[in-house]
Design a protein around this ligand. Structure first.
Ligand code: ADP
Ligand code: TRP
Length: 322
């Protein structure tokens, strides 16, 4: 059973990315054979700055390693280091109906806003299909927003198989637990685009400052409050131990506490929760060549598999044996 997922390198991870996605991908590395890659070809549709894209790509690898991706368990690589995927993409592009791609949301949303889209954004789902099919992936863990792309991948693979024989494994999406929706410092969904994030790798002091800024209501000190509906408590639950969480919930129900105390507890719990990852982040950041070695060795393994599948597909549609 092969698990595969791609993560776009678009900047520093926040708590929403971590609890909503990264930690859930990483948890699958133990159960199955896992392939994780940094989707820099996809990021090229939005990041149009040479230095930034290169930096984000290395940073994404460091982040994943710091957050627990074990390169002994999972194969970690950069998408563009496996050129077989781009070759396979062309092969899939022929035979992909325009209408299928016109319905895909990234392109559709951009068009609806009156913005001009390029051919890269339009064919983004075909490259994603190539990513998945190149490794005979069975399971693709993704957020809700990516389910449409997995369906497109199944359509493309299904019609290729129908025409040329059983070449591709049809993947299934594994939708990540969306109950892990993390609120931001303003109570809305945490997102880079809302400027309300708590970043995983901020230094403790900077993180403490951010936490102190979280918006709270003007509840009188003596009133009790339902913890589950409170942003501070929701964030605290993510980083506290079970005992700490229960004690805090009891405090909310009892009343007579100030939000300042909760913020301090949240900052302390967050510092402890991310301490190990932060130390690993410092460690990997100090030896980028070791990270590059891991990526190179991952790409080598990925290319072996992708080469096999590409050959199978080429042979099936008449590109070999002339
Ligand atoms: P952003 O909204 O900050 O741009 P992305 O869209 O890049 O985040 O999200 C990358 C991954 O992180 C997606 O799988 C998404 O589902 C997950 N994610 C982002 N924000 C949150 C959040 N607030 N709660 C839970 N998961 C999130
Ligand atoms: N499009 C995905 C995202 O934005 C990233 C991605 C690229 C991906 N290729 C993939 C995810 C293949 C799963 C499988 O999050």
């Amino acid at each position: 059973m092969r698990v595969l997922s791609g993560i776009q390198p678009t900047g520093r991870p926040h708590w929403g990315n971590f609890f909503g996605a990264i930690t859930q991908y990483i948890a699958l590395q133990d159960a199955d054979q896992a392939f994780y890659f940094i989707a820099n070809l996809h990021a090229l549709t939005t990041v149009r700055d040479k230095e930034l894209l290169a930096q984000y790509t290395l940073d994404a690898a460091i982040d994943l390693l710091a957050l627990g991706l074990d390169p002994e368990q999972a194969v970690l690589f950069v998408q563009s280091d496996v050129p077989e995927v781009s070759e396979l993409c062309w092969l899939l592009m022929t035979g992909t109906p325009m209408g299928l791609l016109e319905r895909c949301h990234a392109y559709k949303d951009k068009k609806a806003k009156g913005l001009s889209a390029d051919a890269g954004l339009f064919s983004y789902p075909v490259l994603q299909a190539a990513d998945i099919l190149a490794y005979d992936s069975d399971t693709v863990p993704v957020g809700e927003d990516q389910v449409q792309h997995i369906e497109v991948c199944r359509d493309i693979a299904g019609s290729f198989n129908h025409k040329f024989g059983e070449v591709f494994v049809l993947p299934k999406s594994k939708v990540l637990d969306s109950s892990a929706r993390v609120p931001g410092t303003d109570g809305e969904k945490m997102s880079k685009s809302y400027n309300n994030t708590l970043d995983v790798f901020d230094a403790p002091k900077a993180q403490r400052k951010q936490i102190m800024r979280i918006a709270t209501d003007s509840r009188p000190m003596e009133d009790s409050k339902d913890p589950e509906t409170d942003v501070l408590y929701q964030l605290y639950s993510l980083v506290a131990t079970d005992d700490e969480r229960e004690a805090m919930a009891a405090k909310y129900r009892q009343g007579g506490f100030g939000y300042g105390d909760v913020k301090k507890s949240l900052a302390n719990a967050a510092e402890a929760f991310f301490a190990e990852s932060r130390a690993r982040h410092d460690d990997w950041s100090a030896r980028p060549d070791d990270v590059r070695d891991i990526l190179a060795s991952g790409a080598k393994q990925a290319r072996t598999k992708a080469g096999e599948v590409l050959h199978r597909a080429q042979a099936a549609c008449g590109l070999k044996g002339y």
